[in-house]
Design a protein around this ligand. Sequence first.
Ligand SMILES: [Zn+2]
Length: 277
Amino acid sequence: MLQEPYPELEAVLEMMGEAGHHLAEIEASEGAAGNLSVCLRWPVEPRNHFPLMGEIKLPQAVPELAGAMFLVSGSGRRLREILDQPTASIACIVVNEGGKTGILYTSPHRRFERVTSEFNSHLAVHYDQICASNTNFHALIHAQPMHLTYLSHIPRYQDEQYLNTHLLRWQPETIVNLPEGIGFIPFRVPSSPELMAANVESLRTHRVVIWAKHGVMARSDVTVKRAADRVEYAETAAKYEFLDLSAGGQGEGLSMDEIYSICNTFHVQQSIFQRQS
Ligand SMILES: [Zn+2]
């Protein structure tokens, strides 16, 4: 939830560019992989940046979000290039009354036909989160970080408890930044209704979820860069785990006592690391 003064459209577009650029720097968006979207719920004039108008049918009805603005990356656009000229890669959708359709605002510089094919998943999660929390800002990122995705191919990491107790043991900050841990969704076909539904469910209780054998989705109700940070924290944890696997399991990892001390000091509520009674 953001407080006034709200960021200008220009600043939000620039942050989407910076987030996209950083995701490319951490090797989480090869080629045109990955997509991002944000939802703004304060009055914003789109036409200075996006003067062309059309109408689109939304992937699902979102009546409570009438008037909300979505900024969404275009299908086939490269996240690393958003920063160069955001309006070439991003579309703006303002939800119409009734929530079944929206006005699609785009720029004459637009270099895409449609918004990302994962927009159904983005919209469903935005809708679910905003209806639950009534936040006026919500950002989502889908990216494909290599080490997290690789680990999701190894059967024992497909268990959420095993995944989290192994990934969150390498740095003190990880449990602080991801106190609910990392969610895990078994493989679902990209853009499918099954992926969409599993994603909504898992993001209710996590800030970042792995889409098995594909990538991740992360959310934030503060900034799109915060969502990108969550991708990076989870990927860094996976890098340590991968390093440890490659080194033959030499690392101790933080002990249970060390993790408890960190959680006590930083007042972290977590249920991942539990002492056996
Ligand atoms: Zn993908």
